[in-house]
Design a protein around this ligand. Structure first.
Ligand SMILES: [Zn+2]
Ligand SMILES: [Zn+2]
Length: 403
């Protein structure tokens, strides 16, 4: 069996991994780069050449650094992804967050009983894993007597974290581990805060304000639960996009709940296609949630906040910024939005925990799987891995590893 990381050995995001036997070739993830800073050894033309003779492509989760380039994959090559991952990408394209899938994909469901998918002489088994994208999975890939785990993005401090240890036990020993190593470059912390700890802190902050705005990702459904649980007796208000996702995947926190209100930010009135209007703009929601509420907002919704402020409906308010702090430095629009919010007299708090594995989770992974070889991807600093993983193979994008 052979492994080749096309992209990801020296950058966070833009992950693409080739795993092949003598007769079968699959690719795990087909993501776009998060930044222009990564060392892009492989350009689109070369990626297309690599994928052209693949037997299938498997996607770990809906984040675009793992799924963002699927449209360049030729239509005759099957793409497999989890059912809700596809739903999230489809809704994201309706809301113009990502490009629409230009082709059919094969979907699978994650259940307690793991169901393998067979491609040529490879057996691929998806396992649900805790991450900041709903129903993310890891893949166990077996062939030619070897067993590989590709982790995708993972953690064990979120709401599905309890599954982590037993999933690793079920997987057992592997010949090769391909693991994300985001935390190796971003933080030196051994331990990240759990969603439950975030919930406690949110509860305390929210208790001091009448209106609480929350800036977080609509696809980070763990965080949605965190703030829903922390709101106490306030009304909970979600925007059209978040409502569409939670309804489509039948998530327990959705506008079906009596204390959850849906509202339509002005940005969505700009999408004028009949399909969009019919599907998502059939309910404008209402303002029955006033005056004490927790409202999920996006960067594009500053104008709506200003309207609420003008109408005297923002009196004793705060905003909880609940995403990676690096976005504030990287995205000028976001930092100027936060400046404007502050000028409106709204106090800003940062409250977040990573969607990625902390060092404790990585150590647990290493001790349970005892891999013969470990390859670190999704990192800018794989050199820091020596204290955590045994048998690390240091490679660059495009190099082959023979198992
Ligand atoms: Zn990622
Ligand atoms: Zn991710």
């Amino acid at each position: 069996m052979e492994i080749k990381i096309l992209k990801g050995t020296h950058q966070i995001g833009g992950c693409i991994t080739v795993i092949q036997t003598r007769t079968t070739k699959i690719i795990v993830d087909f993501g776009e780069d998060l930044t222009q800073e990564g060392k892009n050894t492989f350009e689109k033309k070369e990626l297309l050449k690599e994928v052209s003779d693949a037997d299938a492509v498997f996607i770990t989760h809906s984040h675009l650094d793992h799924a963002g380039l699927v449209n360049i994959i030729p239509k005759n090559i099957p793409i497999y992804m989890e059912k809700n991952t596809k739903t999230i990408l489809d809704i994201g394209s309706d809301f113009r967050i990502n490009k629409p899938l230009s082709r059919e994909v094969d979907t699978f469901e994650l259940s307690k009983k793991t169901n393998p998918i067979f491609v040529g002489d490879l057996k691929i088994t998806p396992h649900i894993v805790d991450h900041s994208s709903y129903n993310s999975c890891m893949f166990v890939i077996e062939g030619e007597g070897k067993k590989v785990l590709h982790t995708g993005d993972y953690r064990n401090h979120g709401r599905k974290g309890k599954l982590f240890s037993s999933t690793l036990d079920a997987i057992g020993k592997v010949d090769c581990l391909i693991t994300e190593g985001t935390a190796l470059s971003r933080h030196n912390n051994a331990h990240y805060k759990s969603e439950v700890e975030i919930e406690k802190e949110a509860k305390e902050i929210m208790s001091r304000y009448d209106q609480v705005f929350v800036l977080s990702s609509s696809t980070n459904l763990d965080r949605l639960v965190t703030f829903y649980k922390a709101k106490r007796n306030k009304k909970f208000v979600i925007d059209t996009f978040t409502a569409a996702i939670t309804k489509a995947i039948d998530f327990p926190v959705s506008p079906k709940n009596e204390d959850i209100y849906q509202w339509t930010p002005s940005i969505y009135f700009k999408i004028k296609t009949e399909k969009f209007k019919k599907k998502y703009m059939n309910s404008e929601g209402n303002y029955d949630f006033l005056p004490n509420y927790v409202m999920l907002i996006k960067q594009s919704m500053l104008i709506d906040l200003k309207k609420l402020k003008k109408a005297g409906l923002v009196q004793n308010a705060c905003l909880i910024y609940s995403m990676w702090s690096g976005y504030i430095e990287k995205e000028k629009g976001l930092s100027s939005m936060l400046d404007e919010i502050e000028k409106m007299g709204i106090k800003i708090y940062e409250l977040h925990t990573s969607g990625h594995a902390d060092l404790d989770a990585m150590k647990l992974m290493n001790s349970k799987l005892t891999p013969q070889k470990t390859v670190i991807i999704h990192t800018e600093n794989s050199e820091n891995c020596q204290k955590i993983f045994d048998n690390v193979i240091n490679i660059d994008d495009g190099e082959n590893i023979l198992l």
